[in-house]
Design a protein around this ligand. Structure first.
Ligand code: GLC
Ligand code: CA
Length: 569
């Protein structure tokens, strides 16, 4: 089901963050009916599959990734029937639906955890990972290990009722599940089967690298910070037992649904070579994995002390990271391609420029679409939505951003924290979709749960729909081009190579097949010359009205991008 052309290789995906997409009942929160209403819009964009972020019952400590009932829809999103209708309506338009499946943890408000902390002898206690405290000779109660979680805190929280610590590698309201315990695994397989039976076409598997933990529970030997903890992914990432669980998942869940797609989020610590254990055609239990290697190539992640002027995309690294994955997986695995998701800043702010919003947004999508893999767009990207303009830390309503702000306040002034969050926070991607210049960007009739970006009167879909030169109209054209033959075959079956790999400004590549493509993208706001060595047969896509060309040399203007058809060498 993997080699050749399963449906997901020829698809273009679109990720929806449901809370922020479209509100139909005027409570300021996006809902499933809102997605249903916008399906025709999505169809017009040209995408074929939507990945919808979690919409299960949840206290919303972490945007719905903290689940308290996997089988039901949270009332803020609507009813279970709405989910069923959404699947049905999407299918009626030939759009497939992928759901976020959160297997690593639940909410602490899940009935399993409520029972688990009450009763040490209940089977639900074994659903989670508990440890007795370390007690010092002076009688001080300490966490069992020095492990830090991804949201900046200790990975352990003491539970007064159970008199034990439980493990949580994300927020303390998200206890990790104990995948060593078979009844738990079976309960999670049941969840997946339940949604497949309702017609879901596959899963984006959240935080999948972390299901297996180092069961020796030994301290990390990495240096610890002043709080005595350290983030050491080797304690809970890609451990050997994980692959047993994933194979078992495949056997138990997917055997009746051979066309369902599984895309694991493996994050930043998996090499292309190792990814074959996850999603290699021959040995991998999944179909694809999302890696993080092409995010943060402007150094924003470690930029607490930098001014905006010091931030620039490292184009060479960016190209090499795409190529590293291509070279080490082609013919052996398939990849998803993306610029951002709900955990990242907006890509025009990151790799493009809001001064050149139009040109740079068009350049970015062009660069992505013709590489190796299945592209996933993120809602709002197609109209050039950019990072937030928030002036107050309290506006960053996100558990990881607020944990960070609290911790950083001990060493940084507020202005620096604000600047860093505007540059890196995942809130940037989560502000309401900008449908129009109506109040609240046409997202809702009520004040949204998260403030709309102040640029909405200018940056919104309504403005762009009828403007032939808009970002949205360009996305439509670019997607249609990728999806049509002969170019689809070129992208799926051709050979990819960089052109001028050490050029620090330009990302250029050839995709060679019976009919071949040359994509040239200037990642800078300044002009740069680029020599074409191929025989050009025609221009397929371009974000400026005319080429500036003297002999073989092109002058590329700010964020200029071109797709040429070239003679296959
Ligand atoms: C994934 C999600 C992220 C979430 C975390 C915990 O990384 O993408 O949004 O906070 O898992 O579920
Ligand atoms: Ca609503």
């Amino acid at each position: 089901m993997n080699e050749g052309r399963p449906w997901w290789k020829t698809a273009v995906g679109y990720q929806i963050y449901p809370r922020s997409f479209f509100d139909t009942n005027g409570d300021g929160i996006g809902d499933l009916k809102g997605i249903i209403q916008k399906l025709d819009y999505l169809k017009s964009l040209g995408i074929n599959v939507i990945w919808i972020g979690p919409f299960f019952k949840s206290p919303m400590d972490d945007g719905g990734y903290d689940v308290k009932d996997f089988l039901d829809v949270d009332p803020i999103f609507g009813k279970k029937e709405d989910a069923i209708e959404l699947i049905h309506e999407a299918h009626a338009r030939d759009i497939k639906v992928i759901m976020d499946l959160v297997l690593n943890h639940t909410s602490d408000e899940h009935p399993w955890f409520i029972e688990a902390r009450k009763n040490r002898y209940s089977k639900y206690h074994n659903y989670y990972i508990w440890k007795d405290p370390k007690v010092t000779p002076e009688g001080k109660v300490l966490a069992p290990t020095n492990w830090q979680g991804y949201f900046g805190e200790s990975a352990w929280t003491y539970d007064e009722t159970a008199k034990q610590f439980y493990l949580h590698i994300f927020s303390k309201k998200m206890p990790d599940l104990n995948w060593e315990y078979k009844p738990l695994r079976e309960a999670m397989y049941e969840v997946a089967r339940h949604w497949l039976a309702l017609g879901i076409d596959g899963f984006r598997m959240d935080a999948i690298a972390h299901l297996a933990k180092d069961l020796t529970f030994s301290d990390s030997l990495q240096p610890v910070g002043h709080r005595g903890i350290t983030l050491d992914p080797t304690k809970f990432s890609s451990l050997p037992r994980l692959f047993d669980y994933l194979h078992e998942f495949k056997e138990n869940v997917l055997k009746d649904y051979p066309h369902a797609v599984t895309i694991g989020e493996v994050g930043g610590n998996v090499s292309p070579e190792q990814s074959l254990d996850y999603a290699g055609y021959h040995r991998g239990p999944l179909n694809m994995v999302f890696n993080f290697d092409t995010c943060w190539e402007n150094g924003a992640f470690g930029s607490e002390h930098k001014s905006d002027l010091e931030i620039a995309t490292n184009v060479i690294n960016l190209k090499q990271n795409f190529m590293k994955w291509y070279e080490q997986t082609q013919g052996q695995a398939w990849l998803p391609l993306y610029w951002l998701n709900h955990d990242h800043p907006r890509v025009v702010s990151q790799y493009g420029s809001i001064l050149y919003r139009k040109a740079s947004a068009k350049m970015l999508i062009t660069t992505l679409l013709f590489l190796y893999g299945t592209p996933f767009l993120y809602n709002g990207e197609e109209i050039g939505m950019s990072n937030v303009d928030y002036e107050k830390l309290t506006q960053f309503k996100d558990v990881s951003a607020l944990n960070y702000a609290r911790e950083a306040s001990q060493r940084l002034d507020e202005a620096s924290i604000l600047r860093f969050l505007r540059r890196t926070s995942r809130v940037n991607a989560r502000t309401p979709f900008q449908w129009s210049s109506e109040p609240y960007a046409g997202f809702s009739t009520h004040e949204p749960y998260l403030a709309v970006n102040g640029n909405y009167p200018e940056v919104n879909l309504e403005n762009q729909r009828h403007d032939p030169d808009s970002i949205f109209r360009y996305y439509q054209k670019a997607i249609a081009l990728r999806q049509q033959e002969p170019w689809l075959s070129t992208v799926i079956e051709g050979t990819l190579e960089l052109v001028d790999p050490l050029n620090p400004d330009v990302f250029a590549y050839r995709h060679l097949h019976h009919r071949s493509l040359l994509v040239i993208s200037n990642f800078r706001a300044y002009e740069t010359a680029f020599v074409i060595k191929d025989i050009v047969l025609g221009t397929l896509l371009h974000n400026y009205p005319q080429l500036v060309k003297k002999g073989l040399t092109l002058t590329l203007r700010a964020f200029e991008t071109i797709v040429f058809e070239i003679e296959t060498p």
